[in-house]
Design a protein. Structure first.
Length: 312
């Protein structure tokens, strides 16, 4: 019998046999396992089943994910992309400020879905990749909720599907009451409320165009921002200030418009600012030592009430 003619029940029966061998430590045909997994993935009946399971999961947990999104927007301002860690330290304890600033995948809760859809795959897999960040279920569910329903790019869609699979796994364990307390809610959120009441605004990227409609070339940028251009601009400002002062004190000493003056030479080496000595080193702020609360049922109940989920 050809593999293509196998039914879904036959494929899963053979998969269960191989899985049993693997779990008991016996040898099994790895190549055959790969073939069976691909056959199941291509099976139309299996895809219909997956779609039905996803629809049921969204019915059960869609509102939960949206509530998590609102909760995280309460902690993260829509100006996060232009903010510094010092800005967050003004409203949060240092551990929470660092967590929100360093885990930039959480910033996507304040990003527009259309902007996320346009992001390059390398950015999603690097800067905004949640893997390795140990996000709790509220953070990860909020991240999943802010993503497009589907990416047109296969690699970006795989990135989204991995997040979706992890969220489903965490919600299943939470429903079974076996999700660790740290994965339910990270301890840095304990007794700290979100500081931002605007839960709707998202980050907007403004496209700045050149005044004549032409995009600036590399040469234009260099001419405007080069060291020599900056020195000349500073020199012209000083000369204009000196001219105004001289005009106020002795107008007759100014040269006539037809007179030719020699432009002084600019010594770039002597005019270059000493960057090394201009750095103002300030001592880093020292986090305040806090007593860690006991991880008991009281904290679990507080977390449950915050994320508004009944019978977790």
């Amino acid at each position: 019998m050809s593999d293509l003619s196998l039914s879904l029940s036959q494929i899963e029966e053979e998969l269960n046999t191989i899985t049993s061998l693997a779990n008991s430590g016996q040898s099994f045909n790895e190549n055959r396992l790969d073939v069976l997994l691909q056959l199941r993935e291509d099976n139309e009946e299996y895809q219909i089943r997956l779609k039905g399971q996803h629809m049921q999961w969204m019915k059960d947990w869609g509102d939960f994910c949206y509530q998590c999104l609102l909760i995280m927007r309460g902690y993260i301002p829509h100006t996060i992309f232009e903010s510094s860690i010092e800005d967050l330290e003004r409203v949060y304890p240092l551990p929470l400020a660092r967590r929100l600033f360093q885990k930039q995948c959480l910033w996507l809760v304040r990003e527009d879905k259309s902007e996320i859809a346009r992001m390059h795959e390398s950015v999603l897999f690097s800067r905004y990749n949640p893997e390795g960040h140990d996000l709790d279920v509220v953070e990860l569910s909020a991240l999943y909720c802010c993503l497009p329903e589907k990416f047109s790019n296969d690699k970006k869609e795989k990135w989204r599907e991995r997040i979706e699979a992890r969220v489903k796994n965490m919600t299943h364990r939470m429903e079974s009451n076996i999700l660790p307390l740290t994965a339910l809610r990270h301890e840095c959120y304990t007794d700290v409320e979100g500081a931002f009441s605007d839960l709707e605004s998202v980050h907007r990227r403004e496209v700045v165009s050149h005044e004549n409609g032409r995009r600036k070339s590399f040469t234009d940028v260099c001419q405007r921002h080069s060291l020599l251009s900056n020195i000349r601009e500073e020199r012209d400002k000083n000369e204009n200030a000196d001219t105004l002062e001289q005009l106020e004190t002795d107008p007759s000493s100014l040269p006539l418009s037809g007179d030719k003056t020699t432009e002084p030479k600019v010594d770039i080496a002597s005019s270059t600012p000493n960057v090394k000595n201009s750095v103002d080193e300030s001592p880093a702020s020292t986090p305040t030592n806090k007593k860690k609360g006991s991880r008991n049922s009281t904290r679990r109940e507080k977390v449950k009430s915050q994320i508004r989920v009944a019978d977790i």
